[in-house]
Design a protein around this ligand. Sequence first.
Ligand SMILES: C[S@@+](CC[C@H](N)C(=O)[O-])C[C@H]1O[C@@H](n2cnc3c(N)ncnc32)[C@H](O)[C@@H]1O
Length: 211
Amino acid sequence: MEITNKQIAEYTESFTSEEPEIIKELVMASDEDLEYIDMLSGRQTGMLLKMLVTISGAKRILEVGTFTGYSAIMMAHALPDGGELITCEMNERYRKISEPFFAREPYRTKITQKMGNALEIIPTLEGTFDLIFLDADKVNYPKYYRLAKKKINSGGLIVVDNVLWGGEVLDRKNRKAKAIHQMNEIIRDDDEVEQLMLPLRDGVTIVRVLS
Ligand SMILES: C[S@@+](CC[C@H](N)C(=O)[O-])C[C@H]1O[C@@H](n2cnc3c(N)ncnc32)[C@H](O)[C@@H]1O
């Protein structure tokens, strides 16, 4: 199911700021090496993340699911000097593409990539975060949300991508759609947060932890 009318989706994207030059290079490099690049979050979700980092003044960010680095670079672009973004990925093939981009200034000092299963990595991370972006395997979304709640600062933001899963959350015929719907219910019923679910691309929820 198309979440947004195709022409409206194209129109809204054309009126959204263009990505920085490094992102265009990253998309080209990903496209050359991989069969599919539809996992990258794209201009509108990327811009939303970048704006949220700027507006919230986030200094410490955790990303769950790097792929080739699109959203990590968009968010790191808005981080102030001394800011830090930790991003988790388990696939070496994707790391090889993101590595040379993360090695460039100013990302080199801002982005740290942790390779392995994010479910095991997150509990080992020290300290808390101002913004956490969840974008890894969908069957584990309820677990990621619970882990994120333990690591987010009061007043911090948890942003979740693909919360509509192509509209499949409506009839929930497969494991991924069921898990995403379960997480959506957990967020809806969580008294400690306020949240906004947007029908942007594949659905994005912005959760703010109440102070
Ligand atoms: C939708 S993609 C992330 C897209 C990325 N945020 C972007 O904007 O380009 C999801 C990524 O999560 C990774 N992933 C899936 N399960 C994971 C896990 N348990 N631990 C770490 N990474 C995982 C996948 O390999 C994939 O690269």
